[in-house]
Structure formats: C-alpha cells, structure tokens
Write a protein that binds this ligand. Sequence first.
Ligand code: HSE
Length: 412
Amino acid sequence: MIYAAIMGYGTIGSGVFEVLEKNKDKIAAAAGQPIEVKYVLDLRDFPGTPVEDKVIHDFSVIEKDPEVQLVVETMGGLNPSYPFVKACLLAGKHVSTSNKALVAAYGTELLAIAREKGVNFQFEASVGGGIPVIRTMYRAMAGDKIQEITGILNGTTNYILTKMDQEGWSFKEALKEAQALGYAEQNPEADVEGYDTCRKIAILTALATGREVDYQEIPTEGITEICAEDLRYADALGLSVKLVGSSQVQGKDAMVWVAPLMVGKDNPLYGVNDVYNAVLIKGNMLGTSMYYGSGAGKLPTASAVVADMIEEAQNLNCHVSMGWSDEKLKVQPSDNSVYRYFLRISGKFEELHHAAEHYLGECRIALLEGLNEFAVLTEPMEKSAFEQARGRLSEMLAQSGDRIIQVIHAEA
Ligand code: HSE
C-alpha cells in the first residue's frame, strides 16, 4: 500500500479522489500496489462525503507523516501551494500538481529539489488538462529535438469563442457557463487575458529546450477584444479565431507568443472546439504530431494527475529526468515572423478599399450587411512591414474620420 495526500479538495482534488476510487484495481495493477488517500488538506470540512474522516487543516501533518509518499497539489495559485510543495519535496515526498502557475513560476527550483532528494515533481495536468502532452514530450519524443509547438491550451477561452461563434452567445454568457462547468480559473482574467496560455506555453517551451523560460517575457494577448463581428467575418473568409500559444525554437532560445490567431480549414486547429485543447508538436525526426482532448474539467484533469501518481509509484526510489535545467532561455522578438493580417476598417468600402490595398497590398475583402465598415485579409507579410503599413493606413483614414477597428493575426 502507498499512502497519498491531496492538498486542495476543489474541482480537481475531488476529481483525483474519484478517479482513484473508480479505477482502483487498474491503478493498483499499474502502480504495483494500491494507492490509498490518507489525508485531504482543505480549509473546509466535507461532512457526509467519503473523505469526511480524512480531512485535516494542518499541513504539517502531511509533511511529518513518513507513511505519506505521494502528495497531490490541487490548490492552485502560489500561496500556500509553493511553500507546501517545496516542503513536501524536501521531506522526500513525490508531488504531482495541476497548477501551471506554480510550475511556470517555480518549476526550475522544484525540479532541482526533486532531483537532489531523489523524488519526482510531476505536472502532466498543468498543460492541456487531460491530454498526455508533457509525458509525450519527455518520454515518447525523447529522441527528437523539438522545433515548434503551437497549441490551443486554454479550454475556457476555446469554449467561449466556440459558443460566441456557433450559438451566438455573448462573451459574458459563455464565460459564466464555462465557470459553471468548472473550466475557468478562480479569477477568469487568467483565462481571458491569455495568462493561463502564457504559463502553459512557457512550460512546454522549457520542456522542449531544457531551459528555464520566464513567462513574463512572453508577449501575451487574450480574447477580451474579440467580438461577435470578428467571428462573423472570420466565417465569411473561411477562417476560425483561436487563442494560440506558439513557440519556435531558435538554437538555444525560442520565439514565443500568445495571441488570437485566425486559422483556415486545412489547419487541424480549425476544428478544435468547445473545451477541447490541441497541441501540434514538430520534432526534427518525427515531424508534426497532434495531441487532442479535454483541456479542462474535473475528471480529465484528475486523470492526468493520477497518471503522475502512478509514474511516481513506479519510481519511488528514483528521480525521472525531464531534461529541464536551470539555464535561462531568452524569448526572441517576433519582428521577422510572417503572418497574414485581418483588419476591420470603418467607413465606406467603395471609397476606402483601394487605399487600404495601396498600403497593405492585395487583400481578400469581406463585407457584412448593415455595417458601415469592411474587413480585409492581407497576403503573408513580415510583422515589421505590416506595422509600417498599418501606421500609414491609420494616418490616411484619420483624414476622413475613419480608423482601423480591429487587427488579428492570421496564419500565413
Ligand atoms: N482554466 C483552465 C482552462 C483550466 O480553461 O484551460 C485548465 O488548465
């Protein structure tokens, strides 16, 4: 028997308990022995539930109990999860977490402690919810050099964009439903402003390069400026808007960004809807492979945490390296990157589209009935060239009191 403790009995923590109970036999066979939850640490009590007798409120009980070998951290945030996880590792316990904020901020330090103590710090559930993307990177792709990662990494925003597009829901309605379904962060700003995706692409980039990534260096744009009209224009152009995290490895560094991206029907990300996430990973030997599945939610995320617990149980006396060192990666600017650009321009199409094309080059045009504006989609251009053209076009439009209403990247 291996004893475990769950710190944080919210959506994911209670899901971990449920997965351990429901798949008990399968898990015992995979782990080599049964896994039994001895403690549930939470501020609350849970009378009348199966964890009623396991609830504790004092962290030191877990820290000091030598019988507890596996600890699950599903509290979220950094405080007290960071000091608690650190103390568990220092006490020689294995830790698995779903907490991307913790991994992005302290992954390097916590992995170093785990290495030193001969235990494991695992975080499969921190990226892509239930999709086994992290283990795929350090195990299945161990022989590849990873060159590029592009992913829809946030279930909440993908759900919001899908519902706004397909059901005509408002942003607020879709967010409220995502919260009710347990997808959203406690503070949904982390989802909609792209911060959650930023931390996840930082974690994947660290695993791809073996170098620490400061997520605060990653240019990040969320979906709060995306509106129903953008989605209607995208439909008209045969495109779909996705919040994407992207990383292109360049030598020892990488170009990393988070932003809404318009993708076409031949891009596998086009059909990734609702709470689903998908990650495209390009290896120098494998080429591009795609990982798709539930990106948030109780049981999918808990399933990934339990898979970590099993790997820890299989490696009780051995640290499994993920190749994440404390060398620092420099996030490179994306000035030379080539994209198409989607722009909405206020004013009369007949009067302005020639001028727009004068500055932006030949474009695809889209019009929506009843709006005093039009949209254009440029040919692929370098970011720096686009910024210059955009500036000149804005000046010209200002003369007639018009303006660029919206700009969204589109894949080249
Ligand atoms: N809020 C996150 C999401 C949860 O929506 O993807 C899973 O990390």
